[in-house]
Design a protein around this ligand. Sequence first.
Ligand SMILES: Nc1ncnc2c1ncn2[C@@H]1O[C@H](COP(=O)(O)OP(=O)(O)OP(=O)(O)O)[C@@H](O)[C@H]1O
Ligand SMILES: [Mg+2]
Ligand SMILES: [Zn+2]
Length: 283
Amino acid sequence: MVETIERIEKCEKHSIEYTASVMVFRDREIITECPECQKETEQKVIADELAEQKAHERRLLAIDFERSGIPPRYTTRNFDNFRSATDEQKKAWRMAKDYAETISEKMQSGAGLILAGKPGTGKTHLACAVANHYMHKGGNALFITVTAMIRRIRETYQKGSNKTEQQAINELRNVDLLIIDEIGVQKGSESEEHLLFEVINERYNHFRPTILISNLNAQEIKKFIGERALDRMREGGGKFVSFEWDSYRSNVAGDDQLPNADQALYQSTNVVRVNDGWGGKRI
Ligand SMILES: Nc1ncnc2c1ncn2[C@@H]1O[C@H](COP(=O)(O)OP(=O)(O)OP(=O)(O)O)[C@@H](O)[C@H]1O
Ligand SMILES: [Mg+2]
Ligand SMILES: [Zn+2]
């Protein structure tokens, strides 16, 4: 037999008196909390739910980022933590930021971006800032080096490959935003140049924007990717940005705005794969 009575209770924590409902069950009493305690409990439940939701979103984003190929170091690079001391740096920052802010137009025009210049000057930083900005808004991007891209296509030539060359190229074509890094690091053979042209041309034909990153200068890039590919990169307002200043790499460790591995969106060696029932955007 359960009996409920009302009784004046005192909350020690909030030092208030209140009318509590007291449920008497055998030799036990269940007493309702004071209104202030109730409020706190409700707020804690909401806060816990929010934290859980945030953690869930972060896990999904981490999976997204791992699939994007953006290296962990660069998942934390954005427009706010790029420092521009000189006019040239400001210009490079502005051009990359403009590109990110008009990314939906780029998805219509396919206009590309070429970031070229000296090592350590922030080319990969700014390209990833564009990708990060886009991905945080729900877009899909793929970051890949030329070498890895060529390998990915060539893997399909092997016996037992479950993909054709065309399928591999189509995957690279279908990504909304493709970033190809380290153009010209390795001396390209004629067949490599041809594959690079294939990818750029396929994307061009489908109005898909591509960002190229290189240590070569304009003239050398033209030689490396070929005039026809370069011409396609320029169409629809494609831009070329020069990075001709000293490397920032020796400053990275002392820059407290540049996060370390523990803040990266995923760790390439220790990825937790969770099944959130999320189908993912296949690339
Ligand atoms: N202006 C800057 N402000 C803040 N951090 C920067 C800046 N430039 C570069 N960095 C940081 O310095 C490191 C090297 O930059 P990044 O990798 O983008 O150089 P890069 O131009 O791609 O060089 P490389 O041609 O050798 O690949 C990164 O950690 C990057 O975040
Ligand atoms: Mg780089
Ligand atoms: Zn209370």
